[in-house]
Design a protein around this ligand. Structure first.
Ligand SMILES: Cc1ncc(COP(=O)(O)O)c(C=O)c1O
Length: 498
């Protein structure tokens, strides 16, 4: 008997893998294909979960069989495909969203940047108080000072009216904040502020992949944007672009609850300026000066001709370090999974929006007890439609979650609601760390080194979000039966209160 070739064996393993995944992972498929039985009150309804099918599992097994291991061909393909889909110059894969934020801030500290723009020790970065801790921690880890302004409790995003009072001439160098739960922050106002004072903008887009933001054409052009993101239709009035493509740098997380996943993983997007890619890549890859891809040599054509620092002329460029870097690369296998997920992203985005609307519609009669998040620039929601403010700007979130705030005069607290949902096996989350200034790590930091951060103004919005907000899931694996159960449980909860 002739031995099967390696290729034939691989094909057979992948065929079996596909068959296995179809049998094993039915409950993880997108909601339309999820054929697992749902028993209300028994089957958990998570706030988020991985949504995948045989494609992701075969991609992972295929990559494991190839055994490249370190970031390689799949990683390069992912970076190219992701950047092209979003419409940014470059995407760099890293091993988490937190690492992406670290690399993004570190990039702004590069000595290769013009002195006036470089983020130096004790320079300030404006951020918001309520959100995820690793949007802020990298600012401190890179030696800069976060300056906290408040969140608007209605959108969950930055209160742009506080930007100017937070600005300190000569010290403020950047703004870094997240699009809260997928809701784009007021990019028009934030970018105009950044342009006025020559500041960098890092968009933490970890929770907002697929969200779009529109500005009236003239206002967008004044900020340097004349085109929509790839594939987005034009209405003739606005420039519409994905979040993560308006700032200088933006970041993604590919941890399971996020809009697409590769297990662990993240990315830094370099929106327009190619040199930032070289610096970001250097910080990701040990701080090296050389920019050769894995397995390649002498991309610069003068590997043995450089004279940098106090090294001897001709010292191997591969081992020249121009930054104090890290190693934050993921595995190639993760990128292989990410590529399969990327193909599903348009469908995921539609599902997230649909699930948000279903919850909003279904809870419309509970407005006496809850206040619901509005997209930035929306004034109110009425029968499926938003009424917009006069700015002409629009936000269209690909929602990470469905956030509600228990009204201050409701006959129950957000903790009562959380307990009830838990008992009914409905997953929910707080807005991450709430007002981060109240977290033990930040309290301790302020006590030990008061100058390590600055608080500009009152944090009433952040406190309100911390005390009264919860969010439910909108992830693409939720089925109509799960959503109906969530609505039933919320109504039952409100009815059961005195
Ligand atoms: C806004 C935001 N930024 C950053 C992160 C960190 O991402 P990761 O968990 O991949 O480190 C998260 C995590 O969920 C997040 O919500």
């Amino acid at each position: 008997m002739t031995k099967p070739s390696a290729e034939a064996l691989k094909a057979e393993i992948l065929r079996l893998t596909r068959e296995f995944a179809a049998l094993q992972h039915g409950a993880n498929r997108p909601s339309e294909e999820n054929d697992a039985p749902f028993v209300p009150g028994t089957t958990p309804v998570p706030y988020a979960a991985r949504v995948f099918d045989a494609e992701e599992v075969t991609a992972a097994v295929g990559s494991a069989l190839d055994f490249w291991l370190t970031l390689g061909p799949e990683g390069e393909a992912f970076e190219r495909e992701f950047a092209a889909g979003l419409g940014v110059k470059h995407t760099l894969l890293v091993n988490s969203g937190s690492s992406a934020n670290l690399v993004a801030v570190a990039t702004l500290t590069s000595p290769k940047l013009p002195a006036a723009r470089r983020l130096l020790p004790d320079d300030e970065v404006i951020t918001v108080a309520a959100g995820f801790p690793t949007t802020v921690a990298p600012i401190i880890q890179c030696g800069a000072v976060p300056v906290f302004i408040d969140n608007d409790p209605v959108t969950g995003n930055v209160r742009v009216d506080q930007l100017e009072s937070a600005f300190a001439a000569g010290r403020t160098k950047a703004v870094m904040m997240a699009h809260t739960l997928g809701n784009p922050f007021d990019l028009g106002a934030v970018l105009e502020f950044c342009r006025r004072h020559d500041l960098w903008l890092i968009e933490d887009n970890c929770d907002a992949l697929g969200s779009t933001y529109s500005l009236p054409r003239e206002r967008a052009q004044a900020l340097g944007f004349s085109e929509n993101s790839p594939g987005l239709p034009s209405d003739g009035v606005h420039i519409t672009r994905y979040t993560g493509t308006w700032g200088d740098l933006s970041t993604q997380s590919f941890y399971p609850p996020h809009h697409l996943t590769m297990g662990e993983g993240g990315a830094v997007n370099i929106v327009q300026r190619p040199p930032l890619k070289t610096y970001a890549e250097s910080f990701r890859d040990w701080g090296r000066d050389c920019w050769c891809a894995s397995g390649k040599d002498d991309t610069c054509g003068k590997r043995f001709q450089w004279q940098l620092g106090e090294l001897p002329r001709g010292y191997d460029h591969k081992y020249i370090y121009s930054h104090l870097g890290y190693n934050l690369k993921p595995l190639d296998l993760q990128a292989a999974i990410g590529r399969a997920q990327l193909r599903k992203l348009p469908g995921f985005t539609i599902a997230r929006k649909r699930h948000w609307q279903a919850l909003r519609d279904g809870l419309a009669d509970l407005e006496g007890f809850f206040e619901f998040t509005l997209p930035t620039h929306a004034r109110r929601w009425q029968r499926g439609e938003f009424e917009w403010d006069d700015s002409g700007a629009r936000a269209d979130p690909s929602w990470f979650g469905f956030m509600l705030r228990v009204r201050a005069d409701a006959p129950f607290t957000s903790t009562d609601l959380a307990r009830h949902l838990d008992a009914r096996k409905i997953g929910h989350r707080r807005l991450f760390g709430g007002n981060l200034l109240r977290q033990p790590a930040f309290v301790q930091l302020r006590r030990e080194r008061p100058q390590a951060l600055r608080v500009a103004g009152e944090m009433t919005g952040a406190d309100e979000l911390m005390e009264r907000a919860l969010f439910l899931g909108t992830f693409p694996g939720l089925t109509p039966a799960m959503l109906a159960y969530e609505l039933e449980v919320l109504h039952e909860f409100v009815r059961s209160r005195p």
